[in-house]
Design a protein around this ligand. Structure first.
Ligand code: SF4
Length: 386
């Protein structure tokens, strides 16, 4: 079983972001942590040492900006998790960390409290590009946090990058990739910018489009080129692509994300966090005020957001999550999990994708081809609909 902890606060909202996060004052953050500690206790009594006592293989602090927490809050949350849950000695414990929100003291506190993996949100090594998407930090501030993290003894660091940013060029993206591989982080996540409706960046681009002015975004061909270049540069530098947008040095794949993709049970704690336990999908309430003010007897769950997964849902999830991985899905694993013959359920749709060159067989596994990755959403959603 794995645990996700959501910290929904950021110093300032980035222009492209539609995540559940917002700036908040110190008092609100402190109240949130108090409520979060209570929620950890609630789940601990069900699945922790006082309940079913399931082993915890990974913990991931995401957000928002978890590194906005102060040293005492980080310590209190980690202590509560250790008190309540049976955390495996080798557990991967990640905290997302944004430049501009952490210093040596804080990173040392993270390390001393058991956090053994950092995920640093950089996005670009070009300060104008960072400014253009409303990030609060510069590349130099990232370099500072990266080197301090190494000094503090972090041996497993991810760097988040983004392509297809406004005014980003093929050459500037190449420069970002080349600068980052020289730092040898153990893991690199490289996503394309997705313009989300309702964000300031979306509105800005729309306005340019309406006025018929250049919107600054790379066109589709440039975006594709950047996507292929990511793979080329990262693979040339020893990174293995183990998922559509994730690369790592050998044995440094993110165990937490893999747990989602292979459908392990997860408990999400904190505002709006999602859980899936014993094939029941749940979501926590989305109102910060309500979350902070919950009484001891009240549930953290949003009553309208609980869904019992049917056998069809589970099989479709097995397919569209598993196909994200470079290794693909195991047909034997499917048959073991569902007690059904793979070909009887998905034989014809899979065969069609193989004939179209989108999927390929590799022993008992079925995986996306290069071409299939280009249209992965189409391939994956075909398993939901069939
Ligand atoms: S730091 Fe991350 S979560 Fe916060 S606003 Fe920026 S993109 Fe969103």
């Amino acid at each position: 079983m794995v645990i996700y902890i959501h910290i929904p606060f950021c110093k300032k909202k980035c222009d492209y972001c539609d995540f559940l996060s917002a700036p908040a004052d110190d008092e609100t953050i402190e109240k949130y942590v108090v409520s979060l500690l209570r929620e950890i206790g609630y789940h601990g009594s069900k699945y922790g040492k006082k309940g079913e006592d399931r082993n915890i293989e990974t913990i991931f602090f995401g957000g928002g900006t978890p590194s906005i927490l102060n040293v005492n809050q980080i310590e209190a949350i980690m202590n509560k998790l250790k008190d309540e849950f049976n955390i495996e000695e080798t557990a991967e414990i990640t905290m997302e960390c944004n430049p501009g929100t952490a210093d040596k003291n804080k990173l040392m506190a993270m390390k001393n409290n058991g956090i053994n993996r950092l995920s640093i949100g950089l996005q670009s090594a070009d300060n104008d590009e960072l400014k253009g998407i409303g990030r609060i930090h510069t590349y130099e501030e990232f370099l500072y946090i990266f080197s301090v993290a190494r000094e503090c003894g972090f041996k497993n660091i991810n760097v988040d990058l983004m392509s297809a940013l406004p005014h980003q060029t093929y050459d500037s993206y190449r420069a970002t990739l080349e600068k980052i591989v020289k730092l040898h982080p153990e893991h690199i996540s490289a996503y394309s910018l997705i313009l989300e409706e309702g964000t300031p960046l979306f509105d800005r681009i729309e306005a340019f489009n309406k006025e018929g002015k250049p919107n600054g975004l790379p066109d589709e061909d440039e975006e594709r080129e950047m996507y292929y270049m990511t793979k080329e540069i990262l693979e040339d530098n020893g990174y293995e692509r183990y998922e559509i947008s994730n690369y790592s040095l050998k044995n440094y794949e993110c165990r937490h994300n893999i747990a989602y993709w292979v459908r392990e049970d997860y408990i999400g704690m904190g505002l709006g966090a999602a859980s899936c336990i014993d094939n029941v999908r749940m979501k926590n309430i989305f109102s910060l005020k309500e979350y902070i003010e919950l009484k001891r007897s009240e549930s953290y769950l949003d009553k309208d957001e609980t869904e019992v997964l049917s056998e069809e849902d589970k099989m479709a999830e097995f397919m569209f999550l598993g196909l994200r991985l470079t290794s693909g899905i195991s047909t034997k694993g499917f048959e073991k999990q569902f007690g059904k013959n793979f070909d009887t359920i998905y034989g014809s749709i899979t065969q069609k994708h193989i004939e179209d060159g989108l999927l390929e067989k590799n022993g008992e596994n079925i995986r996306l081809t290069e071409l299939g990755r280009d249209v992965c959403n189409v391939v994956m959603s075909s398993y939901i609909l069939c």
